[in-house]
Design a protein. Structure first.
Length: 494
């Protein structure tokens, strides 16, 4: 355990505690910040970490991760560069076959392809090896005939499964040997810690308590985790007395805790299933779909709230967001709306009024800018409205939705502040936020009540080579984290 961090400069919350902009020593006791003083004013105590002028920030959180699916990306073929259905199929035809006899690819974006994904195109390229292509948004999966037979799914002309059937395929693909999966999760955690991450929200579509108890008891110790509960497990969670914030039962430490009820209420932009007030181009009858009707959503949230569970409600289209906000208002539930990608003007201030957090993924705005301009061109609601949320007092909580975007809070901050990547002109820059807001939104509690560097705060901290409040867009994306501390214990660097 670190006793003193010497020679650090403080960025972000807590700066007002300092007499000037000089270096400070931060004294830790029992994993808590016990004192902050100008460097050299007090004798260092305990094990010393020399910051050497690095910038000290609160430890970072990713508020939306599908942990196993993100960890398994390391074994799957990358498809983000596929420019057409034929191109994606050819990539998979040359992809390695996994130990279970399947080929699995991930990350394709077909919304702007010039050709249509079909079963014939995929079969011609992949033959008799069961082959699965997971959309970047995870709301659709393209399978060849061999894969459809293996999964006992009906064959049709496209081979494309959307929404619930696609999620079922992902659940099956994610059900790997725990020894393999836990090893990949541990590697994921090491990478996250190297980016200054001290915690995440895990929204894997599974009964997550058992998995996290097993991992913690097996030595997992790099991150804090709050794990979600899906509707199919709500009765079990209530019957067994799980409440948000409780430590996972049987776990050897308090690193894993019960999170929120997670409900997916509509589809996605890329799959053209997000529930919107205006139709999608070329299909006047397609307004997306509500995958959970409003009455059912109210029932689920009422039961969860009564049992002491917060709620994390997936809503991407403006219609879905309106219904989700209505449900929060009716039930008195607390928690977040996940994604909030397209929100009606009148609904923006309701987040703050209702105390509902906007759990958003800023990199999605950059990934989806061309799709948004094309597919949502006729929508009148606001897309990716970070500044509008902040201006009305909503609590912003940043995440990645990994594997939809990589688990990298620096990429999220860069996207939120500069609204660009790869040298392109900024996209809707008026919806960018300042660096201080972006940093706070990337800490536990979010922008309204984010972690602070102050006496009495838990010593979840990170040291950065550059001041994140003054960094350029490339500087944020390429930020070097020299050390990460979880409760005063080094999890990276040092």
């Amino acid at each position: 355990m670190i006793g003193t961090i010497v020679g650090a400069r403080v960025a972000g919350a807590g700066r007002e505690l300092l007499p000037d902009d000089g270096a400070v020593d931060v004294f830790l006791d029992g994993g808590v910040i016990a004192d902050i003083a100008p460097t050299g004013a007090m004798k260092p105590a305990g094990e010393v970490l020399d910051a050497d002028g690095s910038w000290l920030i609160p430890g970072l959180w990713d508020h939306h991760v599908h942990v196993v699916q993100w960890a398994l990306v390391a074994q799957r073929e990358a498809l983000g560069h596929a420019t057409s259905a034929a191109h994606a199929a050819s990539i998979m035809g040359a992809a390695p076959v996994l130990a279970d006899g399947r080929r699995v690819g991930t990350g394709f974006r077909d919304a702007l392809w010039g050709d249509e994904p079909t079963l014939a195109v995929l079969d011609a390229a992949t033959g008799d090896v069961p082959t699965y292509l997971i959309n970047a948004d995870v709301h659709s999966v393209w399978l060849n005939s061999a894969a459809l037979r293996r999964e006992a799914m009906p064959l049709d002309a496209s081979g494309m499964l959307r929404e619930a059937p696609a999620f079922e395929i992902s659940r099956r693909l994610n059900a790997v040997d725990p020894a393999v999966g836990d090893r990949l999760v541990a590697e994921m955690a090491r990478d996250a810690a190297s980016r200054g991450v001290v915690g995440l929200v895990d929204l894997d579509m599974a009964w997550n308590e058992d998995a996290w108890t097993r991992r913690v008891n097996g030595g997992f110790d790099r991150l804090q985790v709050a794990f979600g509960i899906y509707p199919e497990f709500l009765d079990r969670a209530i019957a067994e007395g799980l409440r948000t914030g409780d430590v996972a039962r049987g776990a050897a430490s308090d690193l894993a805790r019960v999170g929120s009820l997670k409900v997916i209420t509509d589809g996605s932009l890329g799959t053209r299933t997000a529930a919107c007030s205006h139709a999608y181009p070329g299909d006047p009858h397609n307004h997306g779909l509500l995958t959970v009707d409003p009455a059912t959503l109210v029932d689920l949230m009422t039961r969860a709230t009564g049992a002491g569970l917060s709620c994390a409600i997936h809503a991407i289209g403006d219609v879905a967001n309106s219904h989700a906000l209505d449900a929060f208002a009716v039930t008195g539930a607390w928690g977040t709306i996940e994604h909030a990608q397209l929100v009606a003007h009148a609904d923006i201030p309701r987040f703050a009024r209702l105390g509902v957090g906007a759990s958003v993924q800023p990199e999605h705005a950059i990934d989806d800018r061309d799709m948004t301009d094309a597919i949502w061109a006729n929508q009148t609601a606001l897309p990716y409205a970070l500044r509008s949320f902040a201006d009305t007092g909503a609590n912003l909580l940043f995440g990645s939705d990994a594997p939809v975007s990589p688990l990298d809070p620096w990429a999220a901050m860069a996207a939120a502040v500069y609204r660009t990547r790869d040298g392109r002109a900024p996209w809707r820059l008026e919806q960018g936020v300042d660096a201080s807001t972006a940093l706070a939104a990337s800490t536990h509690g979010g922008s309204a009540a984010g972690a602070r560097i102050e006496v009495g705060a838990t010593a979840d901290l990170a040291l950065c080579a550059e001041n994140p409040l003054a960094a350029s867009e490339p500087g944020l994306r390429e930020m070097t984290v020299t050390a990460t501390l979880l409760g005063g214990r080094i999890t990276h660097g040092g």
